[in-house]
Design a protein around this ligand. Structure first.
Ligand code: G6P
Length: 435
């Protein structure tokens, strides 16, 4: 039986990670064809990654056909799963998302604040197009989206695209689970975290180990051991005892932008002067990775890929596809429609939540009302996300300005205007809806 996966953005340096994921799971998730797709500008990288992926498959001895193309429509024929890992405008666009806010004394981050808004504006229309193609060419295929800002993009698609079989995934919940396992000296499979919130703004509300509620103990360890579960792109500042005790939940690494904003800004400005922005660091990491990927003798994922913040995303993505394929009914953390799981949020809002995974997709578990400590900020963040989606679709200056000024990392009417104007100009090539 054929089982085809199409990876859009297949020339990404991350691809060997997902190829390894398919190889590892081949017994239960017998992918027969993988098609890597990229755009013309990414042809050279696509070829290098394609050749390398073939060597990985050959070394593993699994019967997977791997091909690559820049013809997206052709690639989608017969697809069962489509994954998207694209960066519209490439690393130079990311660099602008990071540099321009920093130059105005505001956090410059690719998924949060001003940078995240513009990444969403560039990405949503492209993903909408991809969904139209999927709907026309392979309507039964599931789209697994990792393209950032993953929560906002997934919500835009689930609300407005013709294709509804869309699920967003991120490595953050997965990393949090693994770190708790490390902290508590147990296996990751023995840890269950109940999540509440949205992508890159999710809290670990309760933690169970082997079915026992260990939230307090885990928080205590976090306070005393100063454990760092940040991905490579975030330098953790650690959390104070007072904050963790008051919160009573596990924060995720991206929360530092909101709850340690000024300190992070000082740290980021310093890093910016020393090494440039994260985009520039990533450019160097990628250069090194591609030197390796070119080597004929390389046939396994190199360790250096762990220097990317998204390391291990393939575990989240491949386990999800495997569960859908096998109708497993297990629980995984995904970005999907709220559908009443959190009564304080709209039914059609996308949240990051534990869900039962079957061949019909994710069914979110009930989280219940938002904890009072984070209710206000979660409602504000969700309203902000809605404003971003509206701006991405309408191309209206006022909608965009509203989203910018209401973001907790900006919240300054003058600065918001400058950021909107400068970023619109810097990215105009990739923002046709605003031209
Ligand atoms: C984290 C996030 C991902 C993000 C990545 C960036 O892991 O969860 O959503 O894409 O970091 O990593 P990079 O190496 O590109 O800075």
């Amino acid at each position: 039986m054929s089982l085809k996966v199409v990876i859009i953005g297949g020339g990404s340096s991350y691809t060997p990670e997902i190829i390894e994921g398919f190889i590892k799971r081949h017994r239960h998730f017998p992918v027969s064809t993988i098609t890597l797709v990229d755009i013309d500008a990414g042809k050279e990288k696509l070829e290098i990654v394609g050749q390398f992926a073939r060597r990985m498959i050959k070394k593993a001895g699994v019967p997977i056909e791997l091909e690559w193309t820049i013809d997206r429509k052709e690639a989608l024929i017969g697809a069962d799963f489509v994954t998207t890992q694209i960066r519209v405008g490439g690393l130079s666009a990311r660099e602008k998302d990071e540099r321009i806010p920093l130059s105005h004394g505001v956090i410059g981050q690719e998924t949060n604040g001003a940078g995240g808004i513009f990444k969403a504006l560039r990405t949503i229309p492209v993903l909408m197009d991809i969904c139209h193609d999927i709907q026309n060419i392979c309507p039964d295929a599931w789209l697994i989206n990792f393209t950032n800002p993953a929560g906002i993009v997934t919500e835009a698609l689930l609300k407005y695209s013709p294709h509804r079989k869309v699920i967003g995934v991120c490595n953050i919940p997965f990393n949090m689970k693994n770190s708790v396992a490390e902290m508590m000296n147990c296996k990751a499979e023995e840890v269950q975290i109940e999540f509440v919130g949205m992508n890159h703004f999710v809290f670990g509300k309760r933690v169970w180990i082997k079915g026992e509620d260990m939230t307090d103990l885990v928080l205590d360890k976090l306070i005393h051991q100063k454990v760092d579960y940040s991905p490579a792109n975030i330098v953790s500042l650690g959390w104070s005892k007072e904050f963790l005790q008051a919160l009573g939940m596990l924060p995720n690494p991206y929360h530092q932008y909101y709850f340690q904003r000024d300190t992070v800004l000082v740290k980021d400005l310093q890093a910016f002067e020393e090494n440039g922005t994260r985009a520039e660091v990533v450019r160097k990491v990628e250069k090194e990775l591609f030197i390796q990927y070119r080597k004929e003798e390389l046939n396994e994922k190199p360790k250096e890929l762990e220097n990317r913040g998204g390391a291990y995303y393939s575990d989240a993505a491949c386990s999800l596809m495997e569960s859908i394929y096998n109708n497993r009914g297990d629980i995984q953390t995904v970005n999907t429609l709220n559908n009443g799981s959190i009564p304080d949020l709209p039914h059609d809002a996308v949240i990051e939540v534990n869900a039962v995974i079957t061949r019909d997709g994710p069914q979110p578990l009930t989280v219940g009302p938002l904890p009072p400590s984070v209710k206000g900020i979660i409602l504000q963040m969700k309203a902000f996300e809605e404003l971003v989606i509206r701006a991405a679709r309408s191309g209206e200056y006022t909608h965009l300005y509203q989203a910018m000024v209401m973001n907790p990392l900006v919240q300054n009417e003058g600065v918001a205007r400058q950021l909107v104007d400068e970023l619109l100009e810097a990215h105009k090539e990739f923002l046709p809806q605003f031209n």
